[in-house]
Design a protein around this ligand. Structure first.
Ligand SMILES: Nc1nc2c(c(=O)[nH]1)N=C([C@H](O)[C@H](O)COP(=O)(O)OP(=O)(O)OP(=O)(O)O)CN2
Ligand SMILES: [Zn+2]
Length: 149
């Protein structure tokens, strides 16, 4: 049976700031992120299986990505906890804002690496994460490919 790639797309609104960056993105601002998640596997070949013909049910893939990424990052503001932004984060948290402290600079590149690790943990053994595309703006995106890593 052929290997097939399937892709599900997600979107979420997230704020961030790039501490130490030499441009306008050092300021707190936000993006309407678009995330495409592509997995690869062999469609189930057992006609008695309710998932007959599927690599993975799109809705099962959605459950993983929603709980691990979309629900966590949507309407949150992400800061690198290894920078003085941690103080700003504390102030916002104390005021009941949804703040995420991460162990990296929250660029598209670093976020897509984080997302790959999170999604891989929850995929069934028979399915591999093939690639991720994280679109920050209409003209800017980062991609993670299993074959590169
Ligand atoms: N390699 C990266 N460069 C930049 C990142 C990033 O994550 N990786 N992020 C930013 C800013 O957060 C922000 O996204 C600005 O990006 P940019 O594409 O420059 O946005 P513009 O609105 O100026 O884009 P145009 O479509 O060209 O107007 C900066 N760099
Ligand atoms: Zn940005």
């Amino acid at each position: 049976m052929s290997k097939i790639r399937i892709t599900k797309q997600f979107s979420f609104e997230t704020g961030h700031a790039l501490y130490g960056y030499d441009g306008k993105c050092k300021n707190v601002h936000g993006h309407s992120y678009k995330l495409s998640v592509t997995v690869i596997g062999t469609p189930i070949n057992d006609s008695s299986n309710v998932k007959f013909g599927m690599v993975i049910d799109f809705s099962d893939l959605k459950k993983i990505v929603k709980s691990e990424i979309v629900d966590v990052f949507d309407h949150a503001t992400v800061f690198n906890k290894n920078t003085p932004h941690v103080e700003l984060a504390k102030e916002l948290k104390d005021r009941d804002h949804n703040v995420l402290l991460v162990n990296y600079q929250p660029t598209s590149e670093m976020m897509v690496i984080d997302f790959a690790e999170k999604i891989k943990k929850y995929l069934p053994e028979t399915i591999q994460l093939h690639s991720l595309k994280l679109q920050e703006t209409d003209t800017s995106f980062a991609e993670w490919y299993a074959s590169d890593n």
